[in-house]
Design a binder for this molecule. Structure first.
Ligand SMILES: NC(=O)c1ccc[n+]([C@@H]2O[C@H](COP(=O)([O-])OP(=O)(O)OC[C@H]3O[C@@H](n4cnc5c(N)ncnc54)[C@H](O)[C@@H]3O)[C@@H](O)[C@H]2O)c1
Length: 358
């Protein structure tokens, strides 16, 4: 089969991302060739994806001599919790997995994050393979080794760095992805284009982004790969990937996670671009261009009416991405060029929120 391969260098070696239509049918053979793994392994997935895609993965693993257990977890961000993690541990311990048993995460970013944390901690670490089935997970969440669950006080507060041994992004799975989830993934694609790929941005502006995933998904993935391989432990440059996220996480939290991650990031991108223009880091035309693309994709561009600016600021303060008492923003200077800024005043943040309100 013809799949696109992207290598991701990591501190302990490298892993590969296979991208293409039908790559799930090759998981067993490809993984078997990587190392001497235990035949016993587990696929963690929610009920809907168990029905849709687990049979393909199970068949492929059986054909390669693996004996997979399927572990179901409930779907949705509200289940990205320590309780779900505990349920996974219970099932995996019952199934007598050992240290060479692979955990496969079949699903969106939630499944990848929670399964990755299980893989980082079970038996002090077992191998982990990502099988992302949402656009967001393919271009962002599955790559780079950050895994986590949420805490009532904030998202992703309990986590680890756990590199996958491989990622298989089967673009066929996007056929069943609800439109709103696809749009949400597009927020991260736009983010990547703004951070590091002008041509990708132009492609999205001019082409039908809906029909031509194969034409650009590799580019969107490459932006993240380049950054995480230079900064695997988020000591510096990786913070660029938080473009739109300081605002976005705060909006998500204030909505009690009813606002989708990608939708919150979309609004966050618009806020970040406007804040950059307000600070004269970029011209207003760039902010307008970013906003137009976000809107053309059908993503929200406005801060919800009911969210007071002071509450958004408070929610930002509890986000773990702040440094000391200063809020940190990633702001665009131009397409493909973003800067990390931590001396923005409360007044400038509030003014940006107010001018971006619905
Ligand atoms: N680890 C990281 O670096 C990183 C980066 C970005 C985001 N994230 C995390 O990712 C999560 C969001 O991920 P998401 O947007 O993939 O959401 P998600 O995992 O909740 O998936 C969205 C919904 O789509 C369903 N679904 C998934 N694939 C499908 C398919 N092919 N067909 C039909 N339905 C399908 C899921 O069951 C779910 O209901 C957040 O928790 C966020 O914090 C992590």
């Amino acid at each position: 089969m013809t799949d696109e391969q992207i290598a991701v260098p990591t501190p302990d070696g490298a892993y590969s991302i296979s991208i293409g239509a039908g790559v799930l049918t090759h998981v067993g053979a490809r993984v078997q060739a990587l190392d001497a793994f235990s035949p016993r392994c587990a696929i963690v997935t929610p009920p809907r994806l168990r029905e849709l895609y687990a049979p393909t993965v199970v068949d492929s693993l059986h054909a390669a001599g693996f004996a997979p257990h399927v572990v179901e977890i409930p779907e949705g961000e509200q289940f990205k919790t320590l309780e779900t993690l505990r349920g996974i541990y219970d099932r995996l311990i019952d199934a007598q997995l050992d240290r060479c048993s692979i955990l496969f995460a079949l699903g969106g970013g939630v499944v990848g994050d929670v399964t990755g944390l299980a893989a980082a901690t079970l038996l002090r670490g077992v191998p982990f393979v990502q099988l992302p089935t949402t656009l967001l997970a393919m271009v962002d969440a599955s790559i780079g080794g950050k895994v986590a669950v949420d805490h009532p006080r904030g998202k992703n507060l309990i986590g680890a760095f756990k590199q996958p041994r491989a990622i298989f992004a089967d673009t066929n799975t996007l056929a069943t992805l609800p439109d709103e989830e696809r749009r949400a993934g597009m927020a991260e694609v736009v983010k990547h284009a703004v951070i590091g790929d002008v041509e990708l941005f132009e492609l999205l502006e001019t082409r039908n982004w809906k029909l031509e995933v194969g034409a650009w998904i590799g580019r969107a993935i490459q932006v993240k790969v380049d950054i995480v391989s230079r900064d695997p432990y988020e000591k510096g440059e990786r913070a660029k990937l938080n473009l739109g996220h300081t605002f976005g996480h705060a909006l998500e939290k204030l909505s009690n996670y009813e606002l989708r991650h990608g939708d919150a990031v979309a609004i966050g991108l618009v806020c970040a671009a406007r804040l950059a223009a307000r600070l004269a880091m970029c011209d207003a035309a760039l902010a307008a261009r970013i906003e137009n693309l976000v809107r053309a994709i059908g993503l929200p561009t406005r801060v919800p009416r009911e969210m007071a600016a002071v509450n958004i600021l408070d929610a930002m303060q509890t986000d773990k991405k702040r440094t000391d008492d200063r809020l940190r923003f990633v702001l665009p200077r131009a397409l493909g060029d973003v800067a990390i800024v931590d001396d923005v005043t409360r007044g400038e943040i509030i003014a940006t929120i107010e001018e971006t309100r619905e």
